[in-house]
Design a protein around this ligand. Structure first.
Ligand code: PEP
Ligand code: MG
Length: 583
């Protein structure tokens, strides 16, 4: 029977494929008795499951790419060793024989015993090995239960998810990063808003995604045929043949449209009346430059460096960071690279740190981004030095996230001077005149943008956070995502203030939030005076097409009128009208 569910389309595009229902937790293990005569069969079933688990791990090990972080490969080796551990194996076999119970139960009893031993240890390192035991046991349990696939990080590196549509309660940015090693067709999650970093990552990877599909995991069964329509937010489960044919034709049309857009690759970005516009791309990882260059040979206006920390799940050293940034710069072949210093916190966290400390009720308002860096210069200084060093080899800008007051910027500038002095004393090559800018993503920063502009070389408007903080809604909570409105007059006023501050102080203002990647706002932003866009690679040519078919002289007076309106609905209609004029 076919069924359609409605969610929020956060990454456009349509895809068709079998569902993979992603469970974090294992189904409950039940105990049942076996007869004395079937004990050997039960032990054989256990042994087969153990061998299958071993094969899965070896397959993953053989298929992962060379640039997979060392921690992950090490983690697979550790699990392989544990599968051979006699304590786990022999005691489970003895338990099956002695208690005449099923293998799942015998294994469960063993693991609980081992976990208790680990819990009683004082050594914090050994304590963490407990997680490995649990993961290995879960893998055998899933093989015993004939579950088609497993759900741990290393599984996401095989290719058994290729062409599938992942259905999950929620995905962390780390999940998404690991899964991108496979050719996943699409993502459906029960929770999460359009501005969550997982949604942004999915958009950057060009993977159609729908979030906020409540109960998806109950309503969708493994291997159901799914049509995911990221444009409308609709999930069609086992649709009729004629509907599948319809969606296939939409996919073909979109492919055709995108093919035509490719004529714009490497062509100038310029309005019809001759105003040159800077159009750059956003990246999360060095490899994303390759994707960006498929669309245009251009610079990067936002490199979210925290993904490097999240992917490795640790703090990379100054040298490691320098190597990574320099590789990224090299692959841009002379185009500028704007490196944003780490924005860790809120929904971007290292896996280990999420487990400790008091419960943070409002992480988006907490010790995030520059706040965390200023609190812990030992975290920040290696990155500043790595960026300064990279700038010694080409056009690099340093961008600071989440600035909310002038004093944060002043402290940051002092730390940058300290880093320069250290590099000087180490006689290491760096750029003393690197351009430094701040992201305007907190309303207070927009309100003092003129003072910030006075101290800096550029500003960049981060609309994802700016809109979240202005309209007081949590960007990762699908229940309040309806409040996301870039056309709210309060948001437009803050954007206009920032653009005006840049103009008065003669510095560049760019926009790197998702609003810049959305074609419905391009003309409004041009009319407001934005001349530098940094967008997702996937939308780059769409945005270029609109810019190249716009006339600033016509847009300006129309935009001025829109800026006098106070009703968001009226603004929306006026912007739609503005867009229609240029069709
Ligand atoms: C933003 O807030 O608009 C932005 C670009 O930063 P991030 O999405 O990484 O928070
Ligand atoms: Mg932000």
């Amino acid at each position: 029977m076919s069924l359609t569910l409605q969610g929020i389309g956060v990454s456009k595009g349509i895809c068709i494929g079998p569902a993979y229902v992603y469970y974090r937790e294992l189904p409950e293990v039940l105990e049942y008795s076996i007869s004395k005569f079937s004990a050997d069969d039960e032990i054989k079933r256990f042994e087969d499951a153990r061998i299958k688990a071993q094969q899965q791990l070896n397959n993953i090990k053989n298929t992962i790419s060379g640039d997979t972080p060392h921690d992950i490969t090490l983690f697979i080796d550790t699990h392989l060793l544990m599968l051979d551990d006699p304590v786990l194996y022999e005691d489970t076999v003895s338990h099956i024989r002695a208690r005449l119970c099923n293998a799942e139960w015998a294994l469960q009893v063993q693991v609980e015993r081992i976990v208790k031993v680990f819990d009683d240890m004082d050594d914090p390192y050994l304590k963490t090995r407990k997680d490995d035991i649990i993961h290995v046991t879960e893998r055998i349990q899933r093989c015993l239960m004939n579950e088609p696939d497993l759900n741990h990080a290393e599984d996401k590196l095989g290719d058994h998810l290729k062409g599938r549509i992942i259905v999950a309660d929620d995905l962390t940015p780390a999940d998404t990063l690991l899964m991108q090693h496979q050719k996943i067709a699409g993502f459906i999650t029960e929770y999460g808003g359009p501005l969550s970093h997982t949604a942004i990552l999915a958009r950057n990877l060009g993977i159609p995604t729908i979030v906020g599909v409540h109960d998806a995991k109950h309503l969708i069964q493994a291997n159901d045929l799914i049509v995911l329509d990221g444009n409308t937010g609709k999930v069609h489960i086992n649709p009729a043949k004629k509907d599948i044919a319809h969606f296939k034709s939409l996919i073909r049309n979109e492919r055709q449209r995108r093919k035509l857009l490719f004529d714009l690759k490497n062509k100038p970005t310029k309005t019809k009346d001759g105003l040159k516009i800077h159009l750059h791309g956003n990246i999360d990882r060095p490899d994303d430059v390759r994707t960006l260059r498929q669309f245009d040979h251009t610079g990067v206006g936002l490199y979210r460096t925290e993904m490097l920390f999240i992917e490795h799940n640790r703090l990379p050293s100054e040298d490691e960071q320098f190597e990574t940034y320099r590789r990224t710069l090299r692959s841009l072949k002379g185009h500028p690279l704007t490196i944003r210093t780490i924005d860790l916190g809120a929904d971007k966290e290292l896996a280990d740190t999420t487990q400790h400390g008091p419960l943070i009720h409002n992480p988006a308002l907490g010790l995030r981004a520059i706040r965390r860096c200023l609190k812990d210069p030992s975290l920040f200084l290696p990155q500043i030095k790595a960026i300064l060093r990279t700038a010694g080899y080409g056009p690099v800008n340093m961008m600071i996230p989440m600035i909310s007051c002038i004093s944060e910027m002043e402290q940051t500038l002092e730390l940058i001077e300290q880093a320069k002095a250290e590099l000087k004393s180490r006689r290491i090559r760096f750029d003393n005149n690197i351009k430094i800018g701040a992201m305007i993503e907190v309303p207070s920063a927009a309100l003092v943008a003129d003072s910030l502009a006075n101290k800096l070389d550029f500003l960049s408007i981060g609309t994802n956070d700016l809109i979240q903080y202005t309209l007081a809604f949590d960007r990762i909570d699908d229940e309040v995502s309806y409040l996301y409105n870039p056309l709210h007059p309060a948001v437009l006023k803050l954007i206009q203030m920032t653009l005006n501050a840049g103009e008065t102080q003669g510095i560049q203002v760019s926009m790197c939030g998702e609003m810049a990647s959305d074609t419905q706002y391009t003309r409004l932003l041009l009319g407001m005076g934005l001349q530098c866009f940094s967008v997702q690679a996937n939308s780059l040519l769409d945005i270029k097409h609109i810019i190249n078919h716009s006339e600033i002289t016509q847009l300006r007076p129309l935009t001025e009128k829109i800026m006098t309106l106070s009703d968001p609905q009226e603004i929306k209609l006026a912007v739609e009208e503005l867009n229609l004029r240029f069709l």
